[in-house]
Design a binder for this molecule. Structure first.
Ligand code: SF4
Length: 446
């Protein structure tokens, strides 16, 4: 049973040291009671407190790991229904299905393409996370060969989807040190529980109803498998959202432990539009693993972008280092643009300066990662602060030009900046970054 904030407080050190990120033990106890923090965030909690808090200090959705090394995927540990309540913690694992019935040479090529498809966006490298290997041919060796093929050519984790117990056993032997997951289409059996335990594999349980999943999860846990993932399939998007919402709410709001595990969906679709709609919905509405039926770069790019947006902590914008950046090979007389250190803004503006074909400087001011308008509204991106930053980085010693280009969205600060930066001419740039190439052509180079 969940403990009250006061009951939890009695078990904490009561030193109010603040090392957990909140100023007092009472405030931390309240966060624990609301499952918005974990006991491990208090480095001073005594063993007795850990034991006494027991399940109350466990995250409502278990952390599960698939794979090993740098490419291992961690899922779960989520504490909120909506991202704006706090943040989502572990991003959805984008997974691609391979089938043993496919031609071996085509599979080789597909694996190589998936491995090499890495998108760089806003300073992060984005790629697929796992392979979902399905046995749908008549020969056991087709499956084991495919598992071996993946193992030899990739360090990503694998999920094995194999109705043939002998083939599954042989494949598990190949990946026994790689922390795989086993996907079950039917209700879990004692044999499958033993197989999972023998190689420290996670089990993905599929159930057509909530009660059925609860029953299977209790059985697997009693059998000694703690790393579970749940799949309650929905044929259409509405059912998928409904099923996943019921499971997530039950884990977070009702503390129903047998459904306190990450979720997974294996997607099928009539066409590409249906697939992108289902995959995007599954990614936003609680699936920790989304299995795509095939490799499609356009779909992957869409999902990578969406995932990056959803799983960015809204309280901690991605930032770049505030400093003077050289775009291309600028000389001391090259133009100076100015913007904020919100990562997305930096990458878009620097990309458009590159697209314009000129070399330039980009002065990126420290506004704690806010976008141009937000920072201006907060008084952090105004004439005085920009001038102060220019002096701090010795801009006048680094360049000879005395012209500085500000974003068109904050044209109102131009006079203020000129006053604070004597000897400089402030040029108001374009409002949209996409207009930078034509601005350069018509204004800077004119
Ligand atoms: S770190 Fe622990 S002892 Fe310190 S304030 Fe937080 S709960 Fe209290």
């Amino acid at each position: 049973m969940a403990l009250s904030g006061l009951a939890i407080f009695k078990l904490l050190p009561k030193t109010n040291c603040g090392d957990c990120g909140v100023p007092t033990c009472m405030a931390f106890a309240m966060k624990l009671a609301q499952q918005k923090a974990e006991l491990s965030e208090c480095p001073h909690a005594a063993d007795e407190a850990k034991a006494a808090l027991g399940a109350a200090s466990e995250p409502p959705i278990r952390l599960v790991k698939i794979g090993v090394g740098a490419n291992a995927l961690e899922i779960g540990n989520e504490t909120v229904m909506f991202r704006h309540e706090k943040t989502f913690v572990h991003q959805t694992g984008i997974t691609i299905q391979l089938r043993s019935s496919e031609d071996a040479r085509q599979l080789n090529q597909k694996i190589a393409e998936i491995e090499s498809y890495i998108v760089e966006r806003v300073g992060e490298e984005l790629s697929a996370d796992l392979f979902f290997i399905t046995h749908d041919s008549s020969k056991t060796t087709d499956f084991t060969q495919l598992v071996q093929q993946v193992k030899s050519n990739s360090t990503k984790g694998v999920i094995l989807d194999c109705p043939d117990e002998a083939a599954l056993k042989a494949a598990l032997e190949l990946v026994k040190d790689d922390r795989p997951a086993i996907f079950l289409r039917e209700a879990v059996s004692e044999t499958q529980i033993e197989m999972a335990k023998s190689v420290n594999a996670s089990l993905i349980l599929s159930g057509i109803s909530f009660d059925n999943l609860v029953h299977q999860a209790e059985k697997a846990k009693a059998g000694g498998v703690n790393d579970l993932i749940l799949n309650m399939p929905g044929e259409d998007i509405g059912t998928l959202v409904q099923n996943n919402t019921i499971l997530r709410r039950s884990a977070l709001k009702k503390n129903i432990k047998p459904v306190g595990y990450p979720l997974c969906s294996v997607l099928k679709a009539d066409d590409k539009f249906d697939l992108v709609a289902k995959a995007s919905t599954a990614l936003c509405k609680y699936d920790a693993i989304v299995v795509l039926p095939d490799y499609d770069r356009a779909l992957l790019y869409t999902l990578f972008t969406l995932r990056q947006n959803i799983y960015t902590d809204p309280q901690k914008p991605i930032q770049v280092e505030p400093k003077l950046y050289a775009i291309g090979e600028p000389t001391p007389t090259s133009p100076v643009f100015v913007t904020t250190n919100f990562s997305l803004t930096y990458f878009i503006v620097s990309g458009e300066i590159e697209n314009s074909g000129i070399s330039a400087y980009l002065m990126v001011c420290d506004v704690e990662g806010q976008s141009v308008l937000t920072a201006w509204a907060a008084g952090k991106f105004v004439g005085e602060t920009i001038a102060k930053f220019a002096k701090q980085i010795n801009l006048e010693q680094q360049v000879q030009t005395r012209k500085i280009i500000i974003p068109g969205l904050v044209s109102q600060i131009s006079g203020d900046l000129e006053e604070n930066l004597p000897g400089w001419e402030v040029i108001v740039g374009c409002q949209e970054a996409s207009d930078i190439p034509s601005f350069v052509k018509n204004v800077v180079l004119a």
